[in-house]
Design a protein around this ligand. Structure first.
Ligand code: PLP
Length: 452
């Protein structure tokens, strides 16, 4: 850090302050974790300086033999860890992994058949006549994915993301009574809408998804099943989600981030069956810039770590701890979406405390508990203020917190929220953003959490 300080001390200070913040607070953000020193060190090296567009053994640059080694090892670990036919480890993030997957499916299912139907070989500099024929041969690109307020992700066809402009999207939600995914409703929506891609996976759904049933639905309507396992990849790697709940044997294409429950560097990855491999490998330069070889090196290290027996123990503890947190909150009178959890996250409805998600998030942060606000199904406060708080156990489990420790975390959360009241807006009306946390609570909770 002193080397950085010699060049730009403010950045050295920010790095130091971030380490302090992460040590001093309770990190409950469901999408965050702590990567190991081996992962972090594999990322900070001279691979960062190398260009390597293309893929293993087929580069548009000379001198890529070491990058080939790194990419091949990362892909091998990914295939063997997840039991996938093919792995593509270049995506720089989860969004990029999804883009690679969308374009691969579009190329396989729409573009190539359309070129053939139109009898067009050349794709650039098309004559007006060829372009007209190709345009007519292009199909209707539809995607069916989980709604945002049920826990889906923006990249699953929503307008603020490019996926919502590429696809005509419709979403499936959850049962209004139980909050659980209703497979019959998904089937009915798929029959009516007939999507090209049925996408499963979530950012804020606290339950397992049965991918065998999702594949049956996809097959029935001729859709490709894509699963975005960004959030729960660590639970798949750690063999907690197996059988019907493991997406890899069921979906034609699976995407993930590498930095959440999987505990690797920031990045993404695509797994697929052989039929999509060629198209997926065109991710760079189709939608990705040159690969980040230093990050692929760190992915290889993280995937090697995830193949150790200790990672299975970690994944099981992540789920046990989430259940302890959920039970602890419920015992103290809190309402959880779906009534509990069977993965790494808990969605707490804070309306019972008379707060919005934004107020709860702020009060918890003041007390050193880092969370994020999240919409709940049919949220009356919308996506900005929200009525929910999403809590995840991967990071604190990495730090060694046990089920008893998570019961204490439930106690601390309940203490903060019970002693927070909504503030008043300038207009004199109750505010959805400001809050008043009773005096002394922030310090009391911070002191207690330091003992955890
Ligand atoms: N997919 C899901 C389900 C996610 O939860 C996220 C991130 O929160 C992403 C994709 C995007 O990942 P990234 O931030 O790495 O682009």
């Amino acid at each position: 850090i002193d080397v950085v300080r010699g060049v730009e001390p403010r950045i050295a200070d920010a790095i130091g302050a971030e380490i302090e913040d992460q040590r001093a607070s309770l990190k409950l953000i469901a999408s965050e974790n702590y990567a190991s020193p081996a992962v972090l060190l594999a990322m900070g090296n001279w691979f960062s300086d190398k260009y390597a567009e293309g893929t293993i053994g087929r580069r548009f640059y000379a001198g890529c033999r070491n990058v080939d080694t790194v990419e091949a090892i990362a892909a091998e670990h990914a295939r063997e860890l997840f039991g996938a036919q093919h792995a593509y480890v270049q995506p720089h993030s989860g969004i990029d992994a999804n883009l690679v997957a969308f374009w691969a499916v579009l190329a396989q299912r729409v573009e190539l058949p359309a070129l053939e139907r139109a009898g067009v070989r050349q794709v650039n500099d098309l004559s007006e006549e060829d372009w007209e024929r190709l345009r007519k041969a292009l199909g209707d690109q539809r995607m069916l994915g989980m709604s945002l307020d049920a826990g889906g992700h923006l990249t699953h066809g929503f307008r603020p993301n490019i996926s919502g402009k590429m696809f005509h999207q419709r979403s499936y939600g959850t049962d209004p009574e139980t909050g659980l995914l209703d497979y019959d409703a998904v089937r009915a929506a798929a029959r009516e809408f007939r999507p090209l891609i049925l996408i499963a996976g979530y950012s804020a759904y606290p339950r397992r998804v049965n991918f065998r049933i999702m594949r049956e639905i996809a097959d029935e309507v001729g859709a490709t099943l894509m699963v975005d396992m960004a959030h729960f990849a660590g639970l798949v790697a750690g063999k907690v989600l197996t059988g019907d709940f493991d997406p890899v044997p069921h979906a034609q294409i699976v995407t993930t981030t590498t930095h959440k429950s999987l505990r690797g560097p920031r990045g993404g990855m695509v797994l697929c069956d052989d039929s999509l491999a060629d198209q997926v490998d065109r991710g760079c330069p189709m939608v990705l810039g040159g690969p980040l070889p230093h990050v692929m090196a760190a992915k290889a290290v993280a995937l090697a770590e995830a193949r150790q027996p200790a990672f299975q123990d970690y994944a099981q503890r992540v789920v046990d701890n989430a259940q302890s947190l959920a039970d602890g909150l419920t015992r103290r009178g809190a309402r959880l979406v779906t009534g509990g959890t069977d993965n790494h996250l808990v969605l707490l409805d804070v309306s019972g405390y008379g707060l919005t998600g934004r107020q709860a998030e702020g009060a918890l942060l003041d007390a050193g508990i880092v969370t994020n606000r999240n919409a709940i199904p049919r949220d009356p406060n919308g996506a900005w203020y929200t009525s929910g708080i999403r809590l995840g156990t991967p990071a604190l489990t990495t730090r060694g917190l046990t089920a008893d420790g998570f019961d204490e975390v439930a106690e601390l959360i309940d203490t903060v929220l019970s002693r927070t009241t909504p503030g008043t807006a300038k207009s004199g009306k109750p505010s959805k953003a400001t809050y008043v946390l009773a005096e002394g609570v922030a310090k009391e909770v911070a002191d207690r959490s330091a003992d955890l």
